[in-house]
Design a protein around this ligand. Structure first.
Ligand code: HAM
Length: 424
């Protein structure tokens, strides 16, 4: 223990569990890369105003959860609470929208929200996200949803449910908003919630308190107020998902915690996670580019939470294969053996074998313990007598079987034992 521990609401990723995080990032990003999404990386902090305007002045994220700071130069910055506003800012800054559309981008990184920490909710967390900028096409919304659903499936998750809704557009949402406000104003609600009715009435629909929920059963729904354009757009998205075999549940009460959404909105939830059940979410945000001072650029995207996806894997008992697990562990006894086997390990690694070595001059017994602990299939043991006979012992750690192999073709023998073709 040192004097310090990780700040509240954060945790460290350490081996062997950290391998699952890498595997999840890989499984989510691989389908995106195959679908033409290019990698984008933006700074970990931005001007506060970008998020205030982009995510929304009235959202919890902006009012309560941002880590803000004033630099020595007087700039007001915030650690990024999400990725969409930054990615859009970066694309507009680089004029990517002047080229071929849509611009399809993916990203992976750390995000920061000053939330009340609990299981699955952290102050520092990790997302992989995708944004498709500059096209209004139901097939693009469907593509993104399918890519996320396929990523969860590839990971072996079976209990992820997809909730789907449409939040309407600039034409029909204001009419619905007014109808919802009229309904909400007549209810028996506390002062904070009454204030929310005036600023962001849709968020009231998301209130988790039973006393509020009970009064919302007859609340008007966006679904019944969609204009013809939104209705037909949403129907096309639904049809494309059905045709792709992606199951979803229509959730007319699905409201997201960020203000920029229009039309298609969705969330992936996992029932094994308790109250923090959203493993990912996203939707269309046709007005965001203009909200941050750019041109009209209809866009759609999502972000999947890596931390919660790992929790979902644990909840379902899914074990991911460890990609770079040690295959061969070298155990030298004596200084000459060390030099010889160190060279062999380097050779094996150059041939693509995951190999490790008993460092620190351990005795045979301790070194064999390390070999067993490493999870390697094979141990390569070289003692003084072996060295004199110009052989090494290749031991199968599962069966205990051991064969002597000539030092001259050690690498070739190990590769053969691992069923690897020899590289030229
Ligand atoms: P979000 O729903 O705020 O959307 O976050 C996406 C995912 O990040 C959540 O479903 C959850 O898995 C994870 N997440 C969020 N907050 C936390 C937290 N405090 N601890 C652990 N995991 C968390 C967005 O961020 C949007 N930018 C998504 C998007 C992209 N929409 C369009 N494009």
């Amino acid at each position: 223990m040192s004097t310090f521990s990780a700040p509240k609401g954060t945790y460290d990723l350490l081996p062997p569990e950290s391998a699952d995080f890498l595997a999840v990032r890989e499984a989510i990003s691989a389908p995106l890369r195959r679908a033409g999404y290019g990698y984008v990386e933006t700074p970990g902090f931005e001007h506060v105003e970008l998020f205030a305007r982009g995510v929304g002045e009235s959202t919890d994220i902006v009012t309560k959860e941002m880590y803000t700071l004033t630099t020595k130069g007087g700039d007001e910055l915030a650690l990024r609470p999400e990725g969409t506003a930054s990615v859009l800012r970066a694309a507009l800054q680089a004029n990517l929208h002047r080229g071929a559309l849509p611009v399809k981008l993916w990203y992976s990184g750390s995000y920061y929200r000053y939330e009340r920490p609990q299981a699955g909710r952290y102050r520092h967390f990790s997302q992989v996200g995708a944004e498709a900028l500059g096209a209004e096409d139901p097939a693009l919304d469907a593509e993104l949803v399918i890519l996320a659903a396929d990523a969860y499936r590839a990971l072996g998750l079976r209990q992820v449910r997809l909730l789907l809704n449409s939040l309407g557009d600039a034409e029909c949402r204001p009419v619905y908003r007014a109808a919802l406000q009229d309904f909400l104003r007549a209810l028996d609600l506390d002062e904070d919630t009454r204030a929310r009715i005036e600023i962001n009435p849709l968020r009231v629909l998301d209130d988790k308190r039973e006393s509020v929920r009970a009064q919302l059963t007859d609340a008007p729904l966006m679904r019944d107020h969609l204009c013809e354009g939104c209705k037909s757009y949403h129907e096309q998205v639904r049809e494309l998902l059905l045709a792709a075999g992606v199951e979803f549940e229509d959730d007319p009460r699905l409201v997201r915690g960020l203000d920029y959404y229009t039309r298609t909105t969705f969330e992936f939830v996992h029932d094994g996670l308790g109250s923090q059940s959203a493993v990912g979410g996203g939707g269309r945000y046709d007005g965001l580019a203009e909200m941050i001072g750019g041109p009209a650029l209809p866009s759609v995207g999502w972000a999947l939470g890596v931390d919660r996806t790992v929790l979902a894997l644990r909840a379902e008992g899914v074990e991911l294969p460890r990609a770079d697990a040690t295959e061969v562990f070298a155990v030298p006894v004596g200084e000459d053996a060390r030099r010889t086997l160190f060279h062999t390990v380097t050779e094996l690694r150059r041939q693509g074998v995951a190999a490790d070595f008993a460092y620190g001059g351990k005795g045979l017994k301790n070194a064999m313990k390390s070999a067993n602990r490493s999870g390697a299939a094979l141990a390569l043991v070289l003692g003084e007598r072996d060295l004199a006979e110009r052989v090494a012992q290749l031991k199968d750690l599962a069966t205990g079987e051991q064969v002597a192999v000539p030092l001259e073709n050690l690498t070739t023998e190990v590769l053969a034992k691992l069923n690897r073709p020899t590289a030229r």
